[in-house]
Write a protein that binds this ligand. Structure first.
Ligand code: SF4
Ligand code: SF4
Length: 348
């Protein structure tokens, strides 16, 4: 039957540290504290009944089926019109209930302090394994990872082995690559895992300023290991998040591209810091939008496949950019020298 809905409300699960929800996407973008569709509140890894789970999913999906939109999904860009099936299965799982990380990035949107972040959280394997036994999780399911750093999460290796290296599912993992995971590499080599590494710099000095840990050399060494085979290198994206006053210069970006070239990584992702764009309610400086476009051009010119990512898209969406030289100069001066957001957001 054809109607407007979203795959995640029909077939998605997302594990937060205290609830099980359908997704972790905008518009529930933490700006106004709006929650995504909640399936189980106060959830701590309990084994769930299949009937109860799909009863709760159906309550939301029926709103779409009847021509409405759940308030949690209002104006979400994931809504699309197509034929939706009525079957009960899960084909997208997001794991984001852990928060421990071995870096301390200046732009991290995790609201917890380093001391408060933990992996001492409920286990996810018991409930997933039950779902798998019951045939709820569809073969080919996508696993998306959020939270802290996955490679140091206690169930990381077992999850990858049971769900990716067994050929059952594909993992999409943002990792900082401070720790190398052989299991992850094996899955990449089988085309069953894809990693995004935000290097955000081309030098040890800038990396340390942004990540607040001196791990640039270790990360580039580990990237070499991840990029060892033709298959595995094709499953890596290197990301450059533009952080005003830290790495918003072309020289740093060119050094970053050199690293990608040495490693033979083909996909470059460029984005604008989420913290900065949220702080300005997506009304970021025109200068920065144009700067991101300039970096894309530099990357394209060197033959990389270059993607401008989510916060860039949200910030530039529908914006008409000026070509007036005088306005451009004023914009640049305001951005560089009178930028209150930079002072408020980033304590160096
Ligand atoms: S429509 Fe948006 S908010 Fe609603 S479930 Fe889908 S992704 Fe989540
Ligand atoms: S690597 Fe990711 S989770 Fe860790 S501090 Fe940086 S942004 Fe936060």
């Amino acid at each position: 039957m054809k109607y407007k809905s979203c795959n995640l409300i029909q077939h998605g699960l997302c594990f937060f540290n205290n609830m099980l929800v359908s997704c972790c996407f905008a518009p529930c973008d933490q700006i106004n504290g709006q929650h995504p569709p909640i399936l189980f509140d106060n959830y701590k890894g309990e084994i769930l009944s299949k009937n109860d789970l799909f009863f709760r999913i159906k309550k939301y999906s029926d709103i779409f089926k009847n021509g409405g939109v759940p308030k949690e999904c209002n104006s979400c860009y994931h809504i699309e019109e197509k034929d939706w099936d009525e079957e009960n299965y899960i084909n997208s799982i997001t794991i984001t209930h852990f928060s421990k990380c071995n870096l301390d990035c200046i732009y991290c949107t995790n609201n917890l302090s380093q001391e408060e972040r933990t992996n001492d959280i409920y286990e996810i394997l018991p409930v997933l394994n039950r779902f798998k036994e019951e045939g709820i999780i569809k073969k080919g399911c996508e696993f998306h990872i959020g939270g802290g750093e996955f490679t140091i999460y206690k169930e990381c290796d077992e999850l990858i082995d049971l769900y990716a290296n067994s050929g059952f599912a594909k993992f999409y993992v943002p990792t900082n690559a401070v720790k190398y995971s052989e299991k992850l590499f094996q899955a990449m080599d089988k085309n069953l895992a894809y990693i995004i590494v935000s290097l955000d710099s081309g030098s040890r000095k800038t990396y340390k300023k942004i990540k607040r840990v001196d791990a640039f050399n270790r990360v580039t060494q580990n990237l070499k290991l991840y990029a060892k085979t033709q298959n595995s290198v094709g499953n890596i994206s290197l990301k450059y998040i533009i952080i005003p006053s830290f790495n918003d210069n072309c020289n740093e970006f060119k050094k970053f591209l050199n690293i990608a070239k040495q490693l033979k990584i083909n996909t470059i992702i460029i984005d604008i810091d989420a913290k900065y764009s949220r702080y300005l309610n997506n009304n970021i400086d025109e200068y920065l939008i144009k700067f991101a476009q300039k970096l894309k051009l530099l990357s394209d010119m060197q033959g990389f496949s270059t993607i401008l990512y989510s916060f860039y898209t949200q910030c530039s969406n529908g914006k008409e950019l000026t070509n007036n030289i005088f306005k451009n100069i004023i914009g640049y001066i305001k951005y560089k020298f009178f930028n209150k957001a930079v002072k408020r957001l980033y304590k160096k």
